[in-house]
Design a protein around this ligand. Structure first.
Ligand SMILES: Cc1ncc(COP(=O)(O)O)c(C=O)c1O
Length: 469
């Protein structure tokens, strides 16, 4: 065990209900000693260093240390600092027995999770999905159990074309749709095809998911950064990104900043693609969830031959389904289908037929509508709680989606995240989404208010307000 708190702080998970910072810290330290994570003799960081690391007052740490010294868990000697007491026997033998004794369930992760990325999976419409699956299986023709068309089941492509035209303004002919295992599968296939077409680089927004950029890099593509500002990606600068043959963008709701792409910027993106024989890869990951006004339609509608539309059921239903779709320019359909045929054919036919049934029966619309109301309520509660309990923290990117950006004072991001981890609340900082060579930006948090279950939401929100400056 080292002396650095940072090496074990993230492993400590506290129940913040009814605990203040000091008692939370005391309990976490006690548990770290009990469980053997902190071995006898280990020197703890100074109260000043730990307080700075956690973003709490020095007295809070000093008091917690003093109480644990008094209880015999720690020792404090002039000159040798605060250490784990030699006689404190770590509980290694049967952690299950101890847990049973203190009557608490084993905890394998944080108590609250407000990281962005996931919808509320506890609201997955199991009964409606099961009904759709039963109908799909009963009605599936024998040929559905063969290899079929690498683009995916025609039943699904047909209902998707109708749904995407109606709900997202996509120009969608079933013949141009390729079903894939979520966005990441679609992007992987596109990366392969673009490289085969001798494209060297795909521009990416300067804030985004490293996973997606990594997939493009893995396909052998460079990923120059497209800067962002308050109007979204600065698409007028695409022409200056030498060698970029495509651009990956989140026009309806930039991830993670939450800005919708300004209409002039949308036009500029399409103009660039037309004049440079380029492609826009449109990641429409949460387009269904828009709260304050009409949904922003897909960019693809402006030029279906220059924009690849990528959609997913990961936000609208659940990421575990691994169901996504691409609407391709006509010229790309054969190449992408071939790439998919050579790699993998997922998702399986029965999952595809179930989703087709689910959409055709109206269950998808009903689910999205009810989740939109629920997420909107949470969004409003988040904004109201911040106004009351953390009025200095500005919130943005809230018109759509399942996440919001909270601006923090300069230099506060790391300490807030650490203090939150300490209280069992998992948070993600804005800087985590800034691509390496993008210029330094604001300190902030990206709050995924969609992920908690309904029963966990109030506790998560309360825990958040408690760690904000
Ligand atoms: C920006 C963005 N794009 C796409 C996705 C969906 O990815 P997938 O369909 O692979 O689950 C997500 C999900 O978190 C996302 O945050």
């Amino acid at each position: 065990m080292t002396d650095s708190w940072a090496t074990f702080g993230a492993d400590l998970h506290l129940d913040p209900v009814g605990t203040g910072l000091r008692s939370g810290l005391r309990e976490a330290l006690r548990e770290a000693v009990r469980s053997g994570r902190l071995t006898p003799g280990t020197r703890l960081p100074s109260s000043r260093a730990l307080a700075a690391d956690l973003g709490v007052a020095r007295n809070t740490v000093a008091d917690a240390y003093a109480e644990l010294v008094a209880e015999g868990w720690l020792t404090a000697r002039q000159g040798s600092g605060t250490r784990v007491a030699r006689r404190s026997a770590p509980r290694r033998a049967d952690p299950g027995a101890d847990r049973a004794r203190i009557g608490r369930p084993a905890r394998s992760g944080p108590v609250h999770d407000l990281k962005p990325g996931s919808p509320d999976v506890s609201s997955f419409p199991r009964a409606a999905w099961l009904r759709a699956a039963r109908r799909a299986l009963t009605g599936a023709p024998d040929e559905a159990f063969g290899y079929g068309d690498a683009r995916g089941r025609a039943e699904l492509r047909t209902v998707l074309a109708d749904y995407l035209a109606r709900a997202r303004g996509v120009y969608a002919d079933p013949e141009r749709i390729v079903v894939c295992s979520g966005f990441v599968h679609g992007l992987t296939l596109l990366g392969t095809v673009l490289r085969r077409r001798r494209v060297r680089a795909v521009a990416v927004e300067s804030y985004g998911l490293d996973l997606h950029r990594g997939l493009l890099v893995g396909a052998g593509l460079r990923t120059p950064r497209l800067p962002l500002d308050g109007l979204g990606a600065r698409t007028g600068e695409l022409a200056a990104l030498h060698g970029a043959g495509a651009a990956l963008m989140t026009p309806a709701h930039q991830f993670p900043t939450g800005v919708p792409l300004h209409p002039d910027r949308r036009a500029a993106a399409v103009d660039w693609a037309r004049s440079h024989a380029g492609l826009i890869l449109e990641d429409d990951y949460d387009g269904e969830f828009r709260y304050d006004r009409q949904a922003v339609g897909a960019l693809q509608g402006l030029d279906p031959e220059r924009v690849v539309y990528l959609g997913t059921a990961s936000k609208s239903l659940a990421p575990g389904l691994r169901l996504g779709w691409m609407v391709l320019p006509r010229a790309l359909v054969a190449e992408v289908t071939e790439a998919k045929g050579y790699s993998n054919w997922t998702p399986g036919a029965l999952e595809q037929l179930t989703l087709a049934e689910f959409i055709a029966s109206g269950a998808y619309d009903r689910h999205v509508r009810s989740m939109r109301l629920r997420y909107r309520r949470r969004r409003d509660q988040l904004v109201a709680a911040l106004a009351e309990r953390a009025p200095g923290v500005e919130v943005s990117g809230i018109a759509a989606g399942l996440h919001a950006v909270l601006e923090l004072p300069e230099g506060a991001e790391r300490s807030v995240i650490q203090a939150a981890a300490f209280q069992g609340l998992a948070l993600e900082g804005l800087s985590r989404f800034r691509h390496d060579d993008a210029p330094p930006g604001r300190d902030g948090l990206v709050i995924g208010y969609g992920s908690p279950s309904d029963s966990a939401w109030a506790g998560a929100l309360d825990a958040l307000c408690r760690v904000l400056p």
